[in-house]
Design a protein around this ligand. Structure first.
Ligand code: ADP
Length: 217
């Protein structure tokens, strides 16, 4: 089963998609995590992507598309993949469809995690992630047990540079102007599911599992 999760920054997309991938026993692939890994390893790709990411811009397709498609066809993803953060544009959605078709696979459904913009801003201002594995916390709504430490792996928590200041507004603008067009794309292909992301984490998870299981029978 190959699933695309669509949600604005702060929608809970990362938290939910990790849990969902575990529940559905498919591989979790987040484009942002792939970039952050490349940046921390100072690879050529990471060096190119860094400036775009810190400004809150999308990384150009000639860098992003091969990176994600290359990951999706690796051995651990053959049984299914949950994509977080890709595609973000129609061009990327078409590239994903073509890339999967080449290996006799397809997107089974696209899930939109709906959260109003004012709530997103509030959540993003309190977001911290762990250095080791990018586990997500929120000082307002989902704090760690020990301040500044990840509950799961004990690593330090930090605020992403693109969660500060103007970059947040820019990323939300890109989402609501551009990425939102994916909803029509997947609706036309009868693959779209919409779930209310403005609920408790466990409730959102339960709704996601139910909606996906009903859609992909
Ligand atoms: P968020 O969804 O909160 O912006 P991510 O961790 O998913 O965070 O992505 C961080 C940044 O990585 C994005 O702001 C963008 O610069 C880059 N990025 C991630 N996915 C894509 C993509 N599909 N296309 C272009 N750039 C991307």
């Amino acid at each position: 089963m190959n699933i695309v999760l669509i949600g604005a920054q702060g929608s809970g997309k990362g938290t939910q998609s990790r849990r969902l991938a575990q529940a559905l026993k498919i591989c979790y692939v987040a484009s942002g995590d792939l970039f952050r890994k490349e940046i921390s390893e100072q690879t050529e790709l990471g060096v190119k992507a860094k400036a775009f990411i810190e400004r809150g811009d999308l990384v150009p397709n000639d860098i992003t598309v091969p990176m994600v498609l290359g990951r999706v066809v690796e051995a651990d993803c053959v049984g299914g993949v949950l994509l977080d953060g890709f595609p973000r544009t129609i061009v990327q959605a078409q590239a994903l469809d073509n890339g999967l078709q080449d290996v006799a696979r397809a997107v089974n459904c696209a899930v939109y995690l709906m959260v109003p913009r004012d709530i997103l801003l509030h959540r993003l201002s309190g977001r911290y992630i762990c250095k080791a594995q990018q586990h997500v916390y929120n000082v307002n709504t989902n704090p760690p047990k020990v301040a500044g430490r990840c509950d799961i792996d004990g690593s330090d928590l930090y605020q992403r540079p693109d969660d500060r200041g103007d970059a947040v507004q820019k990323r939300l603008d890109i989402f609501f102007n551009e990425t939102i067009q994916l909803l029509d794309y997947y609706r036309k292909h009868q693959k779209l599911i919409e779930v209310n992301g403005n609920q408790a984490i466990d409730q959102v998870h339960a709704d996601l599992v139910r909606a996906i299981t009903e859609k992909v029978k």
